[in-house]
Design a protein around this ligand. Sequence first.
Ligand code: DC
Length: 225
Amino acid sequence: MEEKSVAIDGPSCAGKSTLARMAADRFKMIYVDTGALYRCVGLSAMREGIASKDAAGVISMLGGLNIEMRYSGDGTQRMFVNGADVTGDIRLPETSVYASDVSAIPAVRAFLFDMQKEMARKYDVIMDGRDIGTVVMPDAGLKIYLTAPSAVRAARRYRELTEKSIGTTYEDVLRDMNYRDKNDRLRAIAPLTVAADAIVVDTADIGLDESLERVCTIIGERFGL
Ligand code: DC
């Protein structure tokens, strides 16, 4: 199925999830948010009091971890850890850094790989993450790399969190984002990088509507939709 699928990669808060979800809705494809999987592992480690960089501790936890992606009627992806719905909890800012740290552990990536591969095999997906076009779906029919400068991304995320009444400051958001950018780009395994055949879309100077039109035009042209 990969040949009719779309891989969207890019740094944190570049708008990948929002745009991928909206594009999937328009083209009746399945949207898969792979960051949510790493967030589930990060959240679980955090709750069990395991340090995010304690690879041995995190690995020992994986055996008892059952992560599920479930889709509700409207196509919304909900995340479950050992049967409990953690969809909201994995979005809290403290989970982001944990997710980034545990994602650098090779065993964690291996643990989550099959689930992503299975989705790509079964459906025409729009899948977003960091290594989708390079590792998870190297044969994707279309690869998009979505990006924007960190100050722009941090301002967007700060606004989003504030709207949800999640207390934080712009400086904290920018600091966490810079940390994650570095972590995700420099890790030894499956680092964030632009796939050789990816189309780069920079959303710095364009709003959500225009970004969506640009992404949908690229998808439509590639697949004749
Ligand atoms: O997309 P996100 O911000 O929800 O992802 C959270 C973290 O998970 C991110 O900092 C790095 C990691 N991640 C990854 O390593 N590979 C992916 N395909 C998706 C996310």
